[in-house]
Structure formats: C-alpha cells, structure tokens
Design a protein around this ligand. Structure first.
Ligand SMILES: [Zn+2]
Length: 208
C-alpha cells in the first residue's frame, strides 16, 4: 500500500450534499431495512461515482489505493467505502469524500464489509510503507516489519489481513513486476505505469 495524498473534495461534492445524502441514506436504511440498497446519487444527470472517478484517479495516477494495481480500469475500477456502508455506525459516511477510496476487484473482494478502527489508511498523514511493511522478494509477499512497536505491528497485521495483501495472485504478480523492473531500461520514464510502486520507491529513491 503506497502513500497517497488526498486532495480536497471536488467543488461539486459540497459539505452540505455530503451531509444530506448521508442523512437520506440513513433514513432509507432505517425505514426500509437492509433490503434498501445503496445507489449513488445523481448530480446533473450523472451518477456521483462516475463524476468522482477522474478525481480519485488523479490522486493515485490510476492505481488502486490499497494494492497499487495499475491501471485500475483493467482491474475492475470501483469506489470502496472505507467505513462500510452496511454498518449503521457509518451510514452518514456514505458520500463523505474522505471515506471514498479507489479500489480494484481484488481488494474489494477481500475487504468487503470489513473495517477496523486500527486499519492503516494510505492517506493517513505521515503514513509510509517502510514504517510498517517490507517486501519479501523471495515470496512476493508483504511482510510486517519486526523492529516496530507492538501497536504498529498490530495495525499492520489487521490492514494486511483485511485487504488481502498476500492473497490470491498478488504475491506472484509482485514477483513478476519485480523481475520486470530490474530488466526495464525505461522504468524511470514509465514508473507510474508500474504496479506496486511501493516496492520500488526506495530503489528509485522516490518520496511519494
Ligand atoms: Zn487493489
């Protein structure tokens, strides 16, 4: 998970719309129960999620906010509610800008409706991959650092598990890109079209 710097919400997503849509969603869920399915609200005949995608893509250069898969479109681009919309505690957050994360099918299928207050967010102020994780070139997995505080280790473990960092094809995919990177003379020019840039930031001496 690479650090991302979240810009402020696009102008059309005003504070009052974020609030109103959250309230409306709560009302619908409370009136109609779990049979009420969330649908993205419309603004000028366009669904909010469609309007937001270019802004979210801009933030991460079209990478999944969680696993850094690229380009998100070919990996099932979608918007995840970090605090899940199925949980009554978070109904109001359903259209809150800071709760919306660009995400691929893989991460979405592992995270589902899971959430833990201790999860690390890629846009946490001061978050750095190296402060919690390290890439294991042998296994392709993301390991939790050993020389960090117990609290940091716990947060890293929870995040790794909920987002399925080492599940499915991810470790093999990372190994593939790691090999590719070493043999690619154009990597400096096309770095933003790489998957898993957090593996290479140090090697490239890049501060995201
Ligand atoms: Zn992902």
């Amino acid at each position: 998970m690479r650090k991302i710097v979240r810009t402020s919400a696009p102008n059309f997503l005003t504070e009052s719309l974020q609030k109103d849509w959250g309230k409306q969603y709560r009302k619908n869920r409370e009136d109609k129960g779990t049979s009420f399915e969330f649908k993205w609200p419309q603004l000028n005949n366009e669904k909010l999620n469609h309007k937001l995608l270019p802004y979210l893509n801009e933030i991460s250069q079209k990478h999944c906010f969680y696993c850094d898969a690229y380009p998100t479109k070919s990996y099932g681009e979608r918007i995840d509610h970090f605090k899940p919309k199925s949980n009554p505690l978070y109904y109001e957050d359903v259209c809150v800008w800071e709760n919306l994360y660009l995400c691929c099918d893989h991460c979405n299928s592992y995270k589902k409706e899971q959430f833990d207050e201790k999860m690390i967010r890629p846009d946490d102020l001061g978050y750095k991959f190296d402060d919690y994780f390290e890439y294991n070139a042998k296994t392709g997995e993301i390991d939790i650092k050993l020389d960090i505080s117990a609290e940091k280790q716990e947060r890293a473990k929870i995040t790794c598990k909920i987002l399925g960092f080492n599940e499915g094809d991810k470790p093999e995919d990372r190994k593939r890109f790691f090999r590719l990177w070493h043999n690619d003379p154009d990597k400096y020019e096309f770095f933003d079209s790489y998957n898993f840039r957090f593996i290479f930031d140090n090697l490239m001496n890049i501060q995201p």
